[in-house]
Design a protein around this ligand. Sequence first.
Ligand SMILES: Cc1ncc(COP(=O)(O)O)c(C=O)c1O
Length: 507
Amino acid sequence: MPTRVSKQRQSVIGLLRTLNIDPAQIPRTRPFYRRIVELIERGVSGGALAPGVRLPPERDLALALDVSRATVVAAYRELESRGLARAYVGRGTFVSATSDGSAPFAWRGKISTAAIQMTDSTLRDLVRHAADPDIVSLAAGEPALDLFPTDAFRVALDDALTRHGTAAWGHAPTEGQHGFREVLARRFGGEAANTLVISGAQQGLDLLARCLIDRGDAVVVDRPGYLGSLQSFRSAGARIFGWDFVRADMDELEDLLLRYRPKLIYTNPTFQNPSGQTLPIRARRELIELAMRYRVPIVEDETYCQLSLSGAAPPSALHELDQDGTVVIRVNSFSKVLAPGLRLGWVGAARPIIEQLALMKQQIDPHTQNLIQLVVAQMIDTGLFDTHLSTLRVEHRRRRDSMARALQKYTPSGALRVGVPEGGLFFWCRLAAQASAREVQQRALAHGVAIVTGEPFYVDGGGTRELRICFTSRPSDVGVRAAKVIGASVAQAVRQSERAQPIARIV
Ligand SMILES: Cc1ncc(COP(=O)(O)O)c(C=O)c1O
């Protein structure tokens, strides 16, 4: 049986033979590593070294060629930078180019250290599933897009183009069109000058994270909380601490403020994503008081606040309770009340913050699309927006109720606790016993229905038995069929968990 040493020797001898090299004959021109590169390069382009061939370990080649190991390391690095070879930690260096000379450029090696750490694709997967015609996606949060007033939108678009002509095609202020900011202030409160128009609330959260957070700063977020905010805070290098949003225990929040001195509190207090819960007025007042006392800004995500399903208005918004406009930064969006495809939202904040955010936004997105600002301004001014909102609320309530009934009908009794909210877009569900939410998700997806597990909504573990289901995005009949699939998936997952834990069951 060949020893490891003889195997390695063979690999060197093999390479030298393949390349037709006699070590004694290699001219000792300097730098010598370039000679090694040239020889291997010739081997690749001549087809003698095929992609996937492992090059000899650096030490062995160095010994065989009677050069230092550093010389071979330099040669291999050079080959890598030319895309001819690729090193894998613990496995060695392999030829990665083809004989026609087309080197598959090693792009992953070019990605910055910061960027390569961004591996969380939850949000991307959600929007991809939502656009997949073969899947009934109840994963992403979408309003009833089948009710979008497309004809009226077309008329508003035509009108905007007629009235504003070239304004649609040129540049515009980074903060947003003056007219649109005025319309926003009139309809949603706040001041036009303290408003920044953004390409969706997610852009606002990302800008705010980068604007307010230095690496290592603490941030307090809802637990569970909106997964996109967690992604943005994470990439800004924040240490994230969850506050139990559903219990809304103010002592717990004060402890977190005292212990970690956070740079900001992020909350989505009305018809929250994912829990559907709304922070009561008493908790809102205390939250403002704490934020003032500890001088911590609150980012209030208002994305669902227009979507009450009961007809009752939600409690006063945090920014309304913050009478001097001192501590609250508002983020809002048209994604859930018109359409996410419009990519339109806004931030309301004190002037210095708006100024800083605009400086940051210009670098990635000099301004939000003009045409969309013009048309949505028109929709608000003509009352079309509010009419559509009323239509949505009625239809959303109908979809919520029919799907809640179907989930109850098709899910084994007691296996899934479905949180039916008073507003927003989601059921927040909890599985009984030890059944796994991921198991349910996978089984449902295998039958063409996408839902999300609770895990990405928690900063510190948790959510393994929770599921978020959007009840608004599909017409009732489709929602009911999807509920049947989810019910069957829950039943199977529960059976599977019982099979896996017979002892626990007996005990
Ligand atoms: C609470 C919350 N904030 C922000 C966003 C992002 O919305 P947008 O589509 O405007 O970027 C979402 C989207 O689901 C959300 O649920």
